[in-house]
Design a protein around this ligand. Structure first.
Ligand SMILES: [Zn+2]
Length: 154
């Protein structure tokens, strides 16, 4: 079996998340609740040689397709990832994740005094200042959150 074959060994139904920033496969697994909420077969490959990025991580999840919120969370940690939906051994959909300029709804402000953490009906909103390393700024209080702050929430 060639190296290429080994890495892309097919699954019947599920999702292959490719081009994850090297070192982040475990974080992606955490976002998806793998080990807690997932009981299908999951394959995690780390530091796979990649033409474009030198090294990359991959996560293959059998029997599960990701929802849009999960895809948005992955974009925060792996802005170059691509998501392949597999049905009956064929890729039926391939999409690149995209980190928007403004992130709403999926993360909370770390500043406890922020109005978005009060009982006001305010939706958390962040401006993406930098993709890698990740840095986002709260619309309401200006607090800057980095990857570590965001990972704690998942
Ligand atoms: Zn805030």
């Amino acid at each position: 079996m060639s190296e290429k074959m080994l890495y892309v060994a097919k699954i019947k139904d599920g999702t292959v998340i490719d081009h994850i920033t090297a070192g982040h496969a475990m974080n992606v697994a955490k976002i998806l609740g793998i080990g807690e909420r997932s009981n299908g077969v999951v394959t995690i490959a780390m530091n796979v040689p990649s033409k474009h990025f030198g090294k990359k991580d991959m996560v293959k999840i059998e029997g599960r397709e990701l929802n849009p919120e999960e895809v948005d969370k992955i974009a925060l940690l792996a802005p170059h990832a691509s998501i392949n939906i597999i049905r009956d051994y064929e890729v039926i959909e391939k999409k690149e994740v995209k980190l928007p300029k403004i992130v709403t709804g999926i993360i909370k402000c770390t500043n406890p005094a922020c109005i978005s953490n009060s009982n006001e009906p305010v939706q958390p909103k962040f401006y993406v200042e930098s993709e890698e390393p990740l840095s986002v700024k709260c619309h309401y209080c200006g607090y800057i959150m980095e990857k570590q702050d965001i990972l704690k929430q998942f």
